[in-house]
Design a protein around this ligand. Sequence first.
Ligand code: PMT
Length: 208
Amino acid sequence: MKILITAGPTREPIDPVRYLTNRSSGKMGYALAAAAAKRGHEVLLISGPTSLDLPPGVDYLPIESAADMYQAVESQIGRQDIAIFAAAVADYTPAQVADQKIKKTGEQLTLTLEKTKDILGSTREVMNFSGTLVGFAAETENVEENARGKCQRKSCNLVIANDVSRRDIGFDSQENEVMLVYPDRTESLPKDRKDHLAYHLIEIIESL
Ligand code: PMT
């Protein structure tokens, strides 16, 4: 099958030398890409900047900002059977990008941010994607309830939820512990190494 996977953080430019980003290392998305390729799928990895090596046998589209990721997904999703959104995409981006490095003038500096486009939330209605759609949910409270809301609003077949208030799992750790939130039920998986977990997740997603 053809599988598109998003991974890593986005970088939202403030000026030529500064950006807003988050703690995603890309490990979860890259582990999914590696597992899917090992299982014989044709994998396209669309990723923000990471320090990880590209898994063997995976096609790669590097992006920087949330807007870049939106465009890359929009141009590629029509060819895919499955789309898995593991990237930590910025929800807000600076409304203006300064042409020159912002100078240190006043005691305070106020940045105005504007909403980015919701990529996962655009796949069904805007991009007309009819394949299997898997989102992630990075939550710090009410994990199952919030993930179920995302699953319903974004018409996902599955949302993989992780509690990102924990330092031992989620962002930038070797392990993760996830809850699988389907439209009609929830299942919890035990904490495991991201590479083992990814293999199991790909098997589950194949069966959807
Ligand atoms: O990269 P690692 O260090 O291994 O960490 C893994 C992870 C914690 C980043 C990963 O497991 C994870 O939870 N990824 C989703 C992070 C996130 O942005 O979650 P969210 O709840 O804010 O977003 C919900 C879903 O919408 C996600 O599938 C996200 O990719 C997608 N999204 C979000 C915003 C946006 N503008 N467009 C999107 O498509």
